[in-house]
Design a protein around this ligand. Sequence first.
Ligand code: 3HC
Length: 312
Amino acid sequence: MTEEQKTNEFEERIQRGEKIEPGDWMPEKYRKQLIRMISQHAHSEVIGMLPEGKWIPHAPSLRRKMILIAKVQDEAGHGQYLYHAAETLGATREELYQAFLDGRAKYSSIFNYPSMSWADVGMIGWLVDGAAIKNQTMLAQCSYGPYSRAMVRICAEETFHHKQGKEMVLKYAAGTPKQREMVQDALNRYWWPSLMMLGPHDSESTNTPQLVKWGVKTKTNDEVRQEFIAETAPELIASGLSIPDPDLHEDENGVWHHGPIDWDEFWNVVKGNGPCNAERLGMRQAAHDNGEWVRDALEAYSEKKYGAKAFV
Ligand code: 3HC
């Protein structure tokens, strides 16, 4: 069969709703797109541990500390699932991770913003994990089997992350004036970056047409953003907090309209000039360097015991 015939057959399979599995034929562009998306998703999970991990020692109660430890631990596990999913496409974890550390691979813009108070932990849970759930629920329908199955598992855990964040924010919004002030400040700083994390407007989304055609995305960035706003805005307003967008409103058809998103800020953060980019990557590089002895020990053990390298 010619490349064109194989591609047609591949696209017919996707039209029929079949899952593409690791051993199946797939266009090279499909494979490359998935490695790009899945690895950047994995990098996001790993770096996403940092903004909240910093607050574990400062949790106001043992209960909050236990919840936050569990959440941060979950994110590490999400990173593992996703690196495994990327490896089924022929990529090696080493090359993916090095691209991340070198700044050649992206990770979610949202994690380049500082977590400045304990209330940020709640707001990250409600907004960031809430936006991630909208995106990941969509990706659970993805045409690539390993990715869609990883999403099903990850979404289940994200739901707990989202609920604990919402519970915290609602408690503080109804709490002391100081608690209210802290959680409103967190909303002021996290609202717009949470809208941005779902990707540029469809008109600027260079990858979406291909990804939708091949069933990797079943919704566009703007459609997922609209879902996120439609769910989150009414609940935030009902909590008595004010969303930092005077233009935000729902029209008679239930469509939410928001003010202009600062895409210059977004691209600046994506390009590495956000408030925390250098700090975040620096911490990941230091952790990687400090863990070298563990990788060397595993390598030595694997070669001695099995006569084969541990990291192929
Ligand atoms: N941060 C950084 N880069 C972004 C971005 C963001 N929020 N949104 C888009 N970009 C980049 C894209 O990677 C692309 O660059 P590339 O071609 O060099 O990779 C460029 O901007 C153009 O954007 P597109 O819309 O064309 O890119 P996509 O079609 O890939 O859509 C996406 C962007 C919606 C983020 C999509 O990649 C996606 O769904 N990724 C998987 C989910 C994911 O990565 N989520 C990150 C958050 S994980 C998380 O929140 C963890 C949770 O536990 C809290």
